[in-house]
Design a binder for this molecule. Structure first.
Ligand SMILES: NC(=O)c1ccc[n+]([C@@H]2O[C@H](COP(=O)([O-])OP(=O)(O)OC[C@H]3O[C@@H](n4cnc5c(N)ncnc54)[C@H](OP(=O)(O)O)[C@@H]3O)[C@@H](O)[C@H]2O)c1
Length: 262
């Protein structure tokens, strides 16, 4: 299998490396991981990962180059590695708000470039990673999708939807967690201690998501099953809507999108 270099092994970079390790127990794929201060990555060495701060060396030895530094460092890093990039390389950026055209302008090489957007659930193998590209073949797209399937699910989208993907998939983690926090607070007010309210809420949220994922139903079909006429569920739901529940969520998503588009 082709080798992979992850340049900028922080939160997201490390979760990608850990996902790749967990799905490739026999170490069939060579992995390289860099950051400027690589001491915190030393634990990866016992799992067969080549760890260091030399980006050029990692690029020289790998086929897939995953750039996972902060957005404001991307161009500087790309200029550093550009002399080492050959036509066999496939370049993948996970940085938000850095377009494929900006990446191509920085490297000045005619190689396939992918722009992808995972989320922080990548650390437990439950990311949704949106993938877009320019000049990539179907085979290369399949290979890149396979890399990110090690940290969760993937979806291939047009690059012009990448900002929307950042809002719904990456920022989405925060929206859902805020919803969970509010539900826990409600649970405490109606009688549970925090730990029990958290356990009931988190498993309920997981169960609701799994219902849709496994059965492919629309949320409202599942809601209909728990709303008895004149019952407590519909009474609470309607009160939430009167207070602007769905509307505030949609407006928040749109505001986040307007902010990223500026
Ligand atoms: N966190 C998220 O939810 C999320 C989701 C999707 C996409 N992203 C994107 O992922 C990227 C990384 O985010 P993050 O949260 O993982 O940031 P992070 O934890 O700060 O990781 C970035 C890493 O890059 C290293 N680095 C900086 N300059 C470097 C260089 N010249 N060569 C090699 N390594 C270098 C840093 O380590 P040293 O200081 O030791 O070099 C740091 O560990 C961002 O572009 C972000 O837009 C993040």
């Amino acid at each position: 299998m082709s080798s992979i270099a992850v340049l900028g092994c922080g939160n997201i970079g490390l979760s990608i490396v850990e996902g790749l390790i967990s799905k490739d127990k026999k170490n069939t794929r060579k992995l390289y991981a860099t950051r400027r201060n690589p001491a915190s990555l030393k634990g990866l060495e016992s799992k067969g990962v080549v760890v260091g701060s030399d980006n050029l060396k990692a690029v020289k030895n790998a086929k897939f180059i995953i750039v996972a530094v902060k957005p404001y460092r991307v161009v500087e890093l790309l200029r550093e590695i550009a002399p080492q990039l050959k036509k066999e390389h496939v370049l993948i950026s996970v940085a938000s708000e850095v377009s494929i055209d900006q990446i191509k302008a920085a490297i000045k090489k005619d190689i396939p470039v992918f722009r992808v957007m995972p989320n922080t659930a990548s650390s437990i193998g439950e990311s949704i990673t949106c993938i877009s590209s320019k000049n990539a073949s179907a085979a290369q797209t399949a290979e890149v999708s396979a890399i990110f399937e090690t940290i969760g699910e993937t979806v291939v989208i047009d690059e012009n939807l990448m900002e929307a993907a950042t809002i719904l998939g990456a920022c989405g983690i925060a929206y859902v967690l805020r919803f969970i926090r509010a539900m826990i607070q409600g649970g405490i007010q109606i009688g549970f201690d925090a730990a029990t309210a958290t356990k009931i809420t988190t498993q309920t949220v997981k169960g609701a998501a799994e219902l849709l994922l496994r059965k492919g139903t629309h949320p409202e079909q599942e809601i209909d099953k728990v709303t008895t006429p004149k019952g407590c569920t519909i009474t609470g739901l309607n009160e939430m809507e009167h207070q602007g529940f769905s509307s505030s969520l949609i407006q928040g998503i749109v505001k986040s999108f307007e902010k990223i588009e500026k």
